[in-house]
Design a protein around this ligand. Structure first.
Ligand code: DGY
Length: 324
């Protein structure tokens, strides 16, 4: 019997996924769920055939240079892979896979959750009630901003943005506009009632709410800087379920303080798990701890997709979700 490939699983995964991993691989599970850190990752790269890694593992060129390396695949649990230096991986002959599609709906749902929560002051209202400060209904109490019928601007028009557009347009009667350097086919956008804009700045100037859906790349780092935040309509809201690096968090704090930006709904941060203390003190922001794909169903599906990539790789077949 041939030895089963050794797979280091860097974080705890939902139980059905861990069960299949243990059945099909010599899986080194992370029972106490502590991040491995650079040294642990280097050790994993030299002692295992593959890593099933997550967004909390910084796999930069320094870590990937671990020698003598045994691992040949980084099967990432997640669609975003900005925590992996994919060029360094490729140069060393390490394959990388991710888990697209299966988290699209959950993440789009969360973008809508943030949009509704921040515009309707849900976090603030809940804090108010729990603190015992509520004195009863009154016509002028905690008035928010209506989203139905307004204009939603999408930055990026990939799978998740399109799922948000569908919800916003068909569910909330919103007009949706978008900018993407690689836009979907015109009929695909039209089916979602989404109108393209040639320049990002047009989206920022025209939308009542802006939701970010671009990947984190060197080009999109601080895409939402002070200059671009200043283009937003007075009273606009910003939603970020993409990656923290896309927003200059200090500039966001300043824009919120200045009052031009009415609020923000954030699921991701520039220095996770740290969050700018100024944001923590603001009532007009809704802050979630990177929960975009965090449903039981989706996290199991992500694990199964990573497993599928692992199995294909060790069978010598093409990866389903090859990044490099
Ligand atoms: C993703 O899939 O990119 C999520 O943000 C978790 O990494």
């Amino acid at each position: 019997m041939t030895a089963r490939p050794t797979v280091v699983v860097t974080r705890r995964l939902p139980e059905p996924v861990e069960r299949e991993l243990a059945r099909d691989f010599d899986a080194r599970l992370n029972h106490d769920d502590r991040p491995l850190g650079p040294e642990g990752l280097r050790e994993a790269l030299t002692t295992a055939d593959a890593l099933l890694c997550t967004v909390t593992d910084r796999l930069g060129a320094d870590v990937l240079s671990a020698e003598p390396r045994r691992a040949r695949l980084l099967a990432n649990f997640g669609v975003g892979f900005n925590h992996i230096d994919v060029e360094a991986a490729k140069a060393r002959g390490l394959a990388v896979s991710n888990t697209p599609d299966v988290l699209t709906d959950a993440t789009a749902d969360l973008a809508m959750t943030l949009l509704l929560a921040v515009t309707r002051r849900a976090g603030e209202g809940e804090r108010h009630l729990r603190s015992g400060a509520w004195t009863g209904w009154r016509p002028t109490h905690m008035l928010g901003t209506q989203v139905s019928g307004k204009t939603l601007g999408l930055v990026g028009m990939g799978r998740i943005a399109r799922a948000v557009a569908r919800r916003a347009h068909h569910g909330f009667g919103m007009r949706t506009i978008f900018h993407d350097p690689f836009p979907p086919a015109p009929d695909a956008a039209a089916a979602l009632g989404a109108e393209p804009r040639d320049r990002l700045e047009q989206v920022l100037e025209e939308a009542d709410f802006v939701s970010l859906h671009c990947p984190a790349t060197p080009e999109t780092r601080h895409l939402m800087n002070a200059e671009r935040l200043a283009l937003l309509k007075p009273g606009a809201f910003l939603i970020n379920t993409a990656r923290g690096d896309v927003v200059d968090e200090a500039a966001l704090v300043a824009a919120l303080r200045g009052g031009r930006l009415a609020g923000a709904g954030l699921d991701v941060y520039e220095r996770e798990p740290q969050v700018s203390p100024e944001l923590l003190a603001m009532e007009n922001v809704v802050l979630l701890p990177h929960l975009g794909s965090a449903t039981q169903e989706t996290r199991v599906a992500m694990g199964m997709r990573a497993l599928e990539n692992l199995r294909l790789f060790f069978q010598g077949a093409p990866l389903r979700d090859q990044v490099v």
